[in-house]
Design a binder for this molecule. Sequence first.
Ligand code: 5GP
Length: 266
Amino acid sequence: MASIPILLLILLVGSLYSVEVNGGGGGGTVELVSTVAEQRVFDYFALALQWPPTYCSKSTKCCSQSACCRGANSPSVFTIHGLWPDYNDGSWPSCCSGSAFDEVEISTLFGALEQYWPTLSCSKSSTCHGKKGLFWAHEVEKHGTCASSVTGEEYNYFLTTINLYFTYNVTEVLFEAGYVPSNSEKYPAGGISSAIENAFHTTPQLICLNGALEEVRLCFNKDFTVRECVAKSDCPDYVSLPEFASLELNGGTTTADRSFSYHESS
Ligand code: 5GP
């Protein structure tokens, strides 16, 4: 008789997922473990796009996997960070039940993913199954599994995200509005926000790192019509949109130089 509660317990523990709460901006997260029985239906999507020169300015080493290290071919457009299911209270589910990432399933998308959804990090990313893996594995396991009721599973999660990325071309909108990469200019964050608002009829969430624009997040209802994000921007009044060329690494090595001196991460 005692075997039934034990079986139930095993099933519950086996289907743990997490809810994360953000203190604001891109800052520290608190992870609350919950069970599938308590999993709420998510409310909306955030499409997170990153500005590679800002992210890459954090790097201290180069490796072949990182798009920061492609020299002249390093991305000079916003690239995809992820498509995240979110709750209206500012928290979000993560690591929901679903299959582990399988590279084979998305092999036909590799070209597009390498170009528009590259990893900018040399470190391997954590997956939901206690392993380290590709940035894509991290994103689909942590966020994609919680979105599958709308997007479908792995292949469709990536395809949906790429399609949204092309439909809402933030790079084009900003460049056309005169917000072009520069290592000397500072732009009003309000102007950047307005340019996106005029084009897409929603206010973006802007995330900054040391006064430089690092991410633009656009939010969508579950039918992929635009909506406002819940989390607020964390940028100062004036922000930079840095170019790759003059990013300094290890006391003067530029990103262009880095592509000729790969050092694999451990
Ligand atoms: P998140 O949970 O915010 O979706 O994923 C961020 C995690 O993925 C971080 O732990 C980071 O180390 C890893 N990661 C790997 N490549 C990238 C990248 O290109 N951009 C960002 N933002 N995170 C990356």
